[in-house]
Design a protein around this ligand. Structure first.
Ligand code: URA
Length: 481
C-alpha cells in the first residue's frame, strides 16, 4: 500500500475533504496508508492522484449528515476518522453510522455533538458592540468570539438573518465574518483589541443586570456549564458577576429575612439524569422525545410543540396547550391564541418571525360531560417540563423571552413569582437571553367587559416594549437571576 499525504486548507475544508475522498475510495487507498494534514495550500495531491475527482460517493444518509459537522471539529484526526468510517461503509458496513456502540461511531457522534453545542454557544453568547458607522452612515457593530471549533462559516448566516439591517463584523482568532446588509464575506483572523470597549449603553445594561440579579439563584457550577467563563468577558451583563457572586451570601440572607418563597417541587434526580443521558442534539431530536413522552392526563391528543424559526429574536412562553391546541397540535390557535395574535399585530410583531411555545407541552384537563375543562398544571408538573423548555430555548436562542402569565414565570425561573410583581423587563436565571413578564391572554378573556379594554391596551404596550428590547443587536440583559 503506497503511503499518501493529503493536505487540506486550514479550518473546516469540507470541499477539500470531499474531493480527496472521491479520489481515495475508488483508488482503494485504505485509511492506514493516508496521512491528513492541514496547511496553507489546499488539496495538494501527490502526482498520481491529480486530475478530476471521481463521482460523488453514494453514502448512507447518516454518514452524509455526520461529515459536515465532524469536519468543523478542531481535532486534527477528524479527516482520518471520517476516512475510516467511509472506508468501512464502502467495504459493506452500510449501517455502521447507526451503530452507536461502535467506538469509531461513538467518537464521531461526540465530535458532532461538541460542534452542535459550540454553535449554540456562539448563537447565544456572542455580543455585538457599537463600532461607529459603516457605508452610507449605516450603524456598524463588531463582536469578538472564540469558538472551540471551526464553526464561523456555519454560524454566521444566523446573524445575517437576525440582524440584516446593520453592518457587522465577527472577529475570531481563526477568521472573521462580515455583513454589509447584502452579502456575507469571510476574511483573516481578528484581534480582541479591534472590538471597541464597553460603551455607555452597555454599561446601562450592566447596572440593570446588577439591580435585578437574584443572589438566591446563584449557581456558579450551572452558570459555568451553560456558559464557560471565557465567554463572560465578551458579555456586558456578566461584567458584574464576580462582585455579585461575592455579595450573594449576604444578599440571600437579606432576602430570606424579607420574604421567603415556598420551594418548588423538583424533578427527581434520577429522572433528570435519565433525560440528560439522552441529551438531544437538535430541536427536532428534542421534539421527537417530547412527542414520545407520556401526557399529563389520559385522553390528551398529542404533545403540542413550539412553533417558529430557530434564531427568532423574540420567544413567547405560555402555560399549556388548551382544548383547540390539543386537537390541532399547534400552540396558541384557540381563543387565547387569537387574542394574542391580534395583540401581536397591534404591537408590530410578526408572528411568523417569533417563536411560540408553552411551559407544559400537554393539555391538562378534567372531563365534564362532553367538555374538557382546563386545569392549571401543578408546580411539580411545570418542573417536569422545565428540562424540555430549557433545551428548546437553548436551540432557538432568542434574545428575549416573554413569559405570558405566572406558569411561564414559574417555568422560566423555578420560582412562583406573581405576575403583578414581576411585570416588565425581568431576569430568568442563568440564561443567555433577556426576559420580560406580562399577563397571559386568557387572563384578559376572563376579565369583565368593562375592565378588558384597558387591560388589553396594557398588554399591547407590554408587547411593544418587549419587541423593542428584542430588536437591538447591542448587548442586553443576559444571565438572569
Ligand atoms: N394558552 C397557552 O398558554 N398556550 C396555548 O398554546 C394556548 C392557550
Amino acid at each position: 500500500m503506497r503511503p499518501r499525504t493529503i493536505r487540506l486548507a486550514p479550518g473546516a475544508d469540507l470541499d477539500g475533504f470531499r474531493a480527496a475522498i472521491r479520489h481515495l475510495v475508488p483508488a482503494e487507498a485504505a485509511p492506514e496508508a493516508v496521512t491528513w494534514v492541514e496547511g496553507e495550500a489546499a488539496s495538494l495531491f501527490p502526482e498520481d492522484d491529480a486530475g478530476a475527482p471521481g463521482p460523488a460517493l453514494a453514502l448512507p444518509r447518516a454518514v452524509a449528515a455526520l461529515v459536515p459537522s465532524v469536519v468543523m471539529h478542531r481535532d486534527p484526526e477528524r479527516y482520518g476518522l471520517l476516512h475510516r468510517l467511509i472506508w468501512r461503509v464502502a467495504e459493506g458496513e452500510r449501517h455502521l453510522a447507526e451503530v452507536a456502540s461502535d467506538p469509531l461511531v461513538h467518537r464521531l457522534n461526540l465530535m458532532r455533538k461538541a460542534v452542535a453545542r459550540d454553535l449554540h454557544k456562539m448563537h447565544a453568547f456572542l455580543r455585538f458592540r457599537r463600532a461607529g458607522s459603516g457605508e452610507g452612515g449605516r450603524e456598524r457593530f463588531a463582536a469578538w468570539f472564540e469558538p472551540e471549533h471551526h464553526i464561523l462559516a456555519e454560524a454566521a448566516p444566523f446573524f445575517s438573518a437576525r440582524f440584516p439591517s446593520f453592518d457587522w463584523s465577527i472577529l475570531t482568532p481563526d477568521g472573521s465574518a462580515h455583513w454589509d446588509g447584502r452579502a456575507l464575506s469571510f476574511g483573516p483572523p481578528g484581534r480582541r483589541e479591534d472590538v471597541p470597549e464597553q460603551d455607555a449603553f452597555e454599561a446601562g445594561w450592566t447596572d440593570y443586570y446588577s439591580s435585578t440579579f437574584n443572589p438566591a439563584r446563584t449557581n456558579l457550577a450551572a452558570m459555568r456549564a451553560e456558559m464557560p467563563k471565557k465567554y463572560w468577558q465578551n458579555m456586558p451583563e456578566t461584567a458584574a458577576i464576580p462582585g455579585l457572586v461575592r455579595e450573594a451570601g449576604r444578599r440571600v440572607g437579606e432576602m430570606i429575612a424579607r420574604a421567603p418563597e415556598p420551594p418548588v417541587k423538583r424533578v427527581p434526580a434520577r429522572a433528570l439524569a435519565a433525560m440528560a443521558a439522552q441529551e438531544p442534539a437538535s430541536l427536532d431530536a428534542l421534539n421527537a422525545a417530547i412527542r414520545a413522552s407520556e401526557p399529563l392526563v389520559p385522553g390528551a391528543t398529542q404533545a403540542v410543540l413550539g412553533e417558529g424559526p430557530l434564531g427568532a429574536a423574540i420567544a413567547f412562553v405560555g402555560e399549556q396547550p388548551g382544548d383547540q391546541e390539543d386537537l390541532q397540535g399547534r400552540p396558541f390557535v384557540g381563543p387565547a391564541g387569537q387574542l394574542l395574535a391580534r395583540a401581536l399585530v397591534e404591537a408590530g410583531i410578526d408572528r411568523d418571525r417569533a417563536y411560540l411555545t408553552n411551559a407544559v407541552k400537554h393539555f391538562k384537563f378534567e372531563q365534564r360531560g362532553k367538555r374538557r375543562i382546563h386545569r392549571t398544571p401543578s408546580a411539580g408538573e411545570v418542573a417536569h417540563y422545565r428540562w424540555w423548555l430549557d433545551r428548546e430555548l437553548a436551540f432557538v436562542a432568542p434574545r428575549l423571552v416573554v413569559a405570558l402569565g405566572a406558569t411561564a414565570v414559574l417555568a422560566l425561573t423555578g420560582r412562583p413569582v406573581p405576575v403583578t410583581r414581576a411585570r416588565g423587563p425581568a431576569m430568568f436565571g442563568d440564561k443567555p437571553y433577556a426576559g420580560f413578564v406580562t399577563v397571559h391572554p386568557s387572563y384578559l378573556l376572563r376579565l369583565p367587559d368593562e375592565a378588558r379594554g384597558e387591560a388589553y391596551a396594557g398588554f399591547v404596550a407590554d408587547l411593544r416594549r418587549a419587541s423593542i428590547l428584542s430588536e437591538d443587536p447591542a448587548p442586553r440583559l443576559g444571565l438572569l437571576g
